[in-house]
Design a protein around this ligand. Structure first.
Ligand code: UT7
Length: 334
């Protein structure tokens, strides 16, 4: 096994893709017993994007990936690896990564999916990082995609107001210099699996007339417990990462939190004393896009040229599993 020393994995280009259709809080008022005011105050969400019947996760992936490859200046044949993080694959198998590999013409890439809920992109990027550092692979495409609208119960007001669809992609490569991933941390607590899950459609409860009638192919969530877990975990993961990187919160130029609830983000910002203009927030426009939330936020920030070479970016997520994790990235290529 080749292990590269003094080499870091760098983000070479990012891209994102969102469905055109906007579902507003006013639209939701007509569907369930809720109000624009309640949703804004309790979550910070104003609207979210929802894919149409014909659009699947791989469609959003391909669009996001093409933009990321273009930005990175990398041809699809150069990719050694494609990792797609999702809990809403096109189908149980083949993996969405394999569908994307074919549609991009990335003929030299290995491809697989990762399921880590909303922490999916962090897991996928960390896996790609380790692959690149421990092998002769040079380039990887990492995508976070979810179309939770496809598994959301639009009669359940406690969940249907939260979620939106999207995909974000990053092309990563390795090289010397200061830029790149400088700390990564992943964790899981499987004992909390039943706080956020979809009961049927797997080997435990295969799809049947009964599972459909009982609405078991939709997201079930204990919002209060997940909220508690999230606020605790965001702090714990941030602290660990900053220490691992040999930094303090004062060194953080940008904070990119998972976008689940503005109150969770504000708690984390307060704890770290990171101001709002240094925090990337898009939950108001896109809701909770699960595995896509962080890469879409980062891709938008990159598009606006917000991140400058040398900037320290801290990104932290939590999600179904339960899972948690984060990364500290020194932005740039060199
Ligand atoms: O990405 C990871 C996945 N998920 C999360 O991170 C979600 C984390 N949890 C949350 O964001 C919040 O717990 C929610 C937004 C889901 C809920 O907010 P909350 O402030 O924790 O509300 P609650 O569940 O404690 O409910 C308070 C009240 C209840 O009414 P009563 O019992 O006090 O009369 C609910 O029935 O609000 C009611 N309620 C609603 N009212 C209007 C719940 N959902 C709604 C709604 N509209 N959509």
């Amino acid at each position: 096994m080749v292990v590269y020393l003094n080499v870091k994995v760098k983000i070479l280009g990012m891209g994102h893709s969102l469905p055109d259709k906007i579902l507003t809080n006013k639209d939701l008022e007509k569907m369930v017993d809720t109000s624009d005011e309640w949703i804004r105050e309790r979550t910070g969400i104003l609207e979210r994007r929802i894919g149409d019947e014909k659009t699947a996760s791989s469609d959003l992936c391909v669009k996001a990936a093409k933009k990321a490859l273009d930005k990175a200046g990398i041809k699809p044949e150069k990719l050694d690896l494609i990792v797609v993080a999702t809990v809403t694959p096109d189908m149980l198998f083949p993996s969405t990564a394999c569908i994307v590999q074919d549609r991009l013409g990335a003929v030299n890439a290995a491809a697989f999916d990762i399921g880590a809920g909303c922490t999916g992109f962090i897991y996928a990027l960390t896996v790609a990082e380790k692959f690149l550092l421990a092998s002769d692979y040079n380039y990887a495409l990492v995508i976070g995609v979810d179309m939770l609208s496809k598994i959301t119960d639009y009669t359940d007001r406690s969940t249907c107001i939260l979620f939106g669809d999207g995909a974000g992609a990053a092309v990563v490569g390795k090289g010397g210099g200061e830029a790149g991933i400088i700390a990564s941390y992943l964790g899981a607590d499987g004992s909390g699996g039943d706080l956020l899950y979809m009961p049927a459609g797997g080997s435990r409860l295969p799809a049947s007339e009964a599972t459909v009638c009982e609405r078991m192919h939709y997201i079930k969530m204990n919002g209060n417990e997940v909220f508690r877990f999230a606020t605790k975990t965001m702090g714990m993961v941030s602290e660990k990462l900053v220490k691992m990187a040999g930094l303090t919160y004062e060194n953080i130029d940008y904070f990119v939190p998972h976008q689940a609830n503005i109150r969770i983000i504000q708690t984390a910002m307060k704890r770290m004393a990171i101001p709002e203009d240094r925090t990337i927030i898009n939950i108001d426009r896109f809701g909770n896009m699960s595995a896509a939330s962080i890469p879409v936020a980062m891709s938008e920030a990159e598009e606006k040229e917000l991140f400058k070479p040398g900037d320290i970016v801290l990104t932290v997520a939590f999600g179904a599993g339960l899972t948690f994790g984060g990364l500290v990235i020194r932005w740039g290529r060199n």
